[in-house]
Design a binder for this molecule. Sequence first.
Ligand SMILES: Nc1ncnc2c1ncn2[C@@H]1O[C@H](COP(=O)(O)OP(=O)(O)OP(=O)(O)O)[C@@H](O)[C@H]1O
Length: 644
Amino acid sequence: MTAGVDTTQTHDGPAAPADPARQSIVRSLLRTPRGLLTVGFLVVLFVASLLAPVVAPHDPLHQELKHALEGPSGQYWLGTDGLGRDVLSRLLYGGRSSLLGVLEGVVAHVIVAVPLGIAAGYLGGWTDRIITRVVDIVMSVPTIVILLALLTMFDRNISAAMITLGALSAAGTTRMIRAAALSVRGELFVSAAELLGLSRPQILFRHILPRCRGVIIVQVSLFAAVALGIQTGLTYLSLGPPPPAPTWGGMVADAASSVSNDPWLLVPAGGLIGITVLCFGILGDTVRDITAQSSTASAGLRAPRRRPEPATGAPEEGALLSVRELSVTFRTPSGDRDVLTSVSFDVQPGETLGLVGESGSGKTVTARAVLGLLENNGAVAHGSARFDGVDLLALPRKRWAALRGKRIALISQEPMVALDPSFTVGAQLREVVRAHDHSGRAEAHERVLELLRLVELPDPEEIVKQYPFQISGGMAQRVAIALALAGRPDLLVADEPTTALDVTVQAEILDLLRRLQQETGMAIVLVTHDWGVVADSCSRVAVMYAGQVVERADVEDVFRHPSHPYTRALMATSPEHAERGRPIAAIAGQVPAPGTWPTGCRFAARCPLMTEACRREPVAMVDLGEGRDSRCLMATSILEGTSA
Ligand SMILES: Nc1ncnc2c1ncn2[C@@H]1O[C@H](COP(=O)(O)OP(=O)(O)OP(=O)(O)O)[C@@H](O)[C@H]1O
């Protein structure tokens, strides 16, 4: 393996493409012709209405009966109404009350929907259940009946009606924002932020809210279109400001009454209302297209949250982390699936434990369950994970905050998804450093540079200014390691930290982890399927197969004498064990998927040593002494060499 890092290298892999979520929605909107056209139209309309006293060519109330019902002319650009009033001026003045009504409704809509939707989606649990029920009830309320009653009670107060409309219609928007927040909550950078010790308000304002802004803009635009339609309808029915005050709805009503004498009169008011409603709709659709990825949030399946049954089994003497009988269930569309059963292992301070196994064997689920980061549809059904004497699986959320990032940290396979693309590397590191050290800006900046030097990143002053998509995968993984080290953790969970990187960078990152471990004395749980990595980095290993640990031992023992046929087969498939000139062996068959596990040994169908006894009943872990365990009936004879 290569030691050290080429400090002249700035890119050790292709840079990731820019994340659309990072780009300003407004900028993207203005780049599309329809976005530019609709935004331009609405801005001109708002400004012209606001400046009506300055820009309107006539007094909107002034009557010139001799000019009644005239068509467009040099004097009256859009003609006159039945009382000889200038239509253009009335439209501009009418726009003030119509657009003000829309604005009032939109403000009420946002004030109600955004906090409720975000709270329901991000906080979940009871908050979500209560908000969802209230939303369901409000959605069944007939809004228009309430508006009509309100206008009768409050003497045609259109502002009260629009504010009520905004608040009542917020129910649907609350649902959409909830779904978006729920999906963002499941993203790895949010888990990583939680794990790095950031507080909930910090995560809410810095990570969740910006990600939901696309959905918010879409919903608000669509609501504005509806609000304008309703506002116009109410003024059409004379439920708004009384005549002669100009309103768009009132102008349509006037035009309708004289449509047989002058059909033109319907065109300016009707056309303007139609185009404005259309513009709000197109605006919403365009923003939806731009933020398609983030707005297609789905709530997903949720597993019942239940307190895991405590596991028996004493922790190993002096262990920093002691996982016992860990079982995890996922709720899937085809029913509940056990994905882990009775996983147990120990990690001593300062040591590296390798979790090894084929794809789908349950390594990542084990790591995430221990860290309290299971996806929404997953739940720990049984077991314990004692960290320094405290059972992590039984910890309430609040007490997790005291451990996350400070005593336990995570680095994942995809460094890019663990970094929020909306912020520079420096901003993200500073935020985490300040959360841990409670330091000032300057002090935090110094610590950030120190961390970047610690992970051997060249030119830290430059890197702090970069966004994650501007740096390479290898550099991003170093930043992720720096983030993890910010809280000076005792335990680092590294989930295949080099899988997404190219081979030379993999070696550098593993060297870096080893050096950091020697310097800081932290323990590491290293998830990998690479025996080379196990040999180089781990002191102990837990081999996983189909949701179980099938062998636990010191690394030297495993390499010298594997006691489980699966370990033997897995090692034989490792490129290091391939004989020159021969193809790398593969284990015949596949890991059985959760839900299809046999009653007996789960490896039986692929095992060369399988006997009838193996299929009969579940195989328990056999203690082979000297810290070795194996889930194989033949383990002793394999070690004694009496089995082939
Ligand atoms: N959210 C989920 N819902 C349902 N099943 C899941 C979920 N997450 C993981 N699983 C299942 O759990 C099993 C173990 O997955 P896990 O990701 O832990 O495997 P792994 O050993 O880490 O594999 P890899 O090396 O490919 O990452 C797999 O069968 C997987 O399909």
